[in-house]
Write a protein of this length. Sequence first.
Length: 380
Amino acid sequence: MELKEYRDQIDKIDVQIAELFEKRMDASAGISKYKKEHNIGIVDSGREKEVIENVTSHVRPEFSDDISMLYSMIFNVSRNYQKKLSGNHSDLYPVIQDAIKNTPQLFPQTANVACQGVEGAFSQLAAQKFFKHPKIMNFNTFESVFSAVENGFCEYGVLPLENSSAGSVNKVYELMMTHDFSIVRGTRIKVDHYLLAKPGVKLEDIKEVYSHDQALNQCSEFLSGLKNVNAVACENTAVAASMVSKSDRNDIAAIASRSCMDLYNLSCIKPSIQNRDNNYTRFICISKKLEIYPGADRTSLMMILPHRPGSLNMALSRFYSLGLNLIKLESRPLPEREFEFMFYFDLETSIYSEEFLQMIDELDDMCEEFRYLGSYSEVI
């Protein structure tokens, strides 16, 4: 047979598959109606196992795993269709609708805002981008920022989430697993790192450079070119600048923002020492209560998926079938479970779209546990 003949054959089979799929979904709709009338739950794991065993017995052994995976996806589609037909929404649905209804139309211009570090930190710059007149309270650690918001000490908190060159801020992701909060806004800050020291100090005088470990990573190429210089990690870039300013030593420097140069009376030895010029850090603004402002088009979720092959693929396939653009996927090990992970997702979709509402209704069936972290927009 020629290639075209094989393709024609496949086209005819595909039409048959499509017709049979539609008939199967119609039968699934009948089952949905029956279950609703008789108050029967949608998921029937025993029946699904029986079907897989049956269809597996009708294919050659080399296709048994493939057809098992195919039918797992079909079951997922059928369950979602039945749930949609039932008209029942998840418990999260009214919570989100209330948040949309009760959140003010405009983001607040002023608020008590928790930031990690000291004056001049990049978190402060992000806070000033979120709020016109923020009342900033500085804390030593990321955990203190979460706690300040969680306990109502501050209305909002600002935290770095990831950098375009150094990657995710791991500590923040770990803390997100243990604290109660909602993301209400996001932004990106262009990060230019300056090598700062006391006036009169020269590059050849420097023996140690202080900064946050992320900043040190972002400037690794410059640092690797310095001979006999130790890089020392500290809590924050602005903390590093403050330490250098207060120190009696004249052989240390800090990697920090330009604003720290004026704040701490330091001199710039070398500007823009980051590895890449397009160096951005993404920040989030968190709140104790769920707030969803108009224009929210990004949703963040944390999910624990079933510990079995294909679980992540099933979730990703569902996002794909709903037309949701996945823009971030991060995994973190679960401390209480061996070799199991929590997955963090950022999805691009309007909160007003049908696809968003359908996803919210299907989250219970996608995973073992999930946390809805919020829907928000990015401030440019």
